[in-house]
Structures are given as structure tokens and as C-alpha cells.
Design a protein around this ligand. Sequence first.
Ligand SMILES: [Zn+2]
Length: 220
Amino acid sequence: MSIWQEEKQSVVEAAREMLSMGLVTGTSGNVSVRLAPEEDGRELFAVTPTGAPYGSLSAEDIVVTDFDMTPVEGELMPSSEALLHVEIYNRRPDVLAVIHTHSVFSSVAAVAGTDIPPIIDEVMISIGGPIMVSVYAFPSSQELADKVCDALEDRNAALIRNHGAVGVGRTLRQALDVCALVERVSQIYFYASLAGKANTLPDEVVEAERAMFVMRRRSE
Ligand SMILES: [Zn+2]
């Protein structure tokens, strides 16, 4: 049995939950978790394979690779967006889990090129600020990884231009909750705009909640 059995199983469960929450369809989207580095410092992560249906996914299907995409364990090919996961882990030492989704209202905002401002408190408290849309880049490319990280900065979610969304966290649970929140906030923003106006939170609230987000992160 793999020494990463537990981590691989948690990736399978998060992928299934992502599907059951309606955040992806078919084999789209992907899930990864950062693993403890090897003794020589080589960084590793466990990621869903490309093109595998989540319903029949098992821990054995989860791929372990290093950050140069050298395979370490698993028969299948890593997710086509694995470069995005690596770039996030490289730029954000605080991130231990990454989930990429294609949920509908997040994709609507990503297609419209609409950043989601802080319209409810959870955007500031759980994501750390507005959800920004990245500059367009081709799927699965290093350029996409770079552009999405530029949009993400130190926050927990970003929208991927003409594509979908990404959520990150200290745990898979947190990353999943962030992805669900991104979808809900995108939906609220869409309907509020249709209703006539999407008011953002008052500036002083945004400032105070951002300070709370930063303080909580420091204590983690
Ligand atoms: Zn995608």
C-alpha cells in the first residue's frame, strides 16, 4: 500500500464531493494536495488523473509527482492543469490544497470578465478580498498557471478567464468550501446586477475584515 494512501483517499473524496456539489461535470476540474517534501527537499503533490470519471475513481488512480512533473507513483497521467497546481504551491507556501472547478456562475463571471467585489462578508473573511479574473491564457499552459497566480495573489480564490475557477486552502475541506462560496457569490452578484445594483460592503468593513483574514492566516 502507498505511504500516501490517506492523502490519496482524501483527494478521491474531495473530487467526488466536488462532482456531487455540481461544481464540475464529467471528468472536468481537478483536485490536489501538497505532500510532505522528501528528505532531500524534493516537493511532491498528489493530484487527480486526467480524463478519469470521478464516480469510479479510487486512491490507486491518484498520481504523485514532483514539482517538475516527474512521476513518482501512479499509472495514469496527472491532470491536464497540474502546472497550475504546481505554480500555486510554488508561489504560496501557505497553500496545502488546490481545487479547480468549472461551476456555472463562476464561469459566467469568467466569460464576462467580471471581477467579483466584496458583496458579502464571506468574500473578505474566507477569500481575503475580491475574486479577480485572470488574463486569458491557453488551457493547461504554464502561461495560464502564471496568469491565474497573478490574479490569485495572496487570496484564496480566482476566476480563470473564459474557463472556470480555482480555490485554495490549508485543507481540501477549506478549498472545497472556498469553491462552493465562489459559485454562490458569483450567483448572488449576477442576480443582484440584474436586480439593478450589486452594492459592495462599506469600505471600513472591507478593511476590518481584510485585517481579520490576514491575522487569522498568520496564526495558522
Ligand atoms: Zn479546467
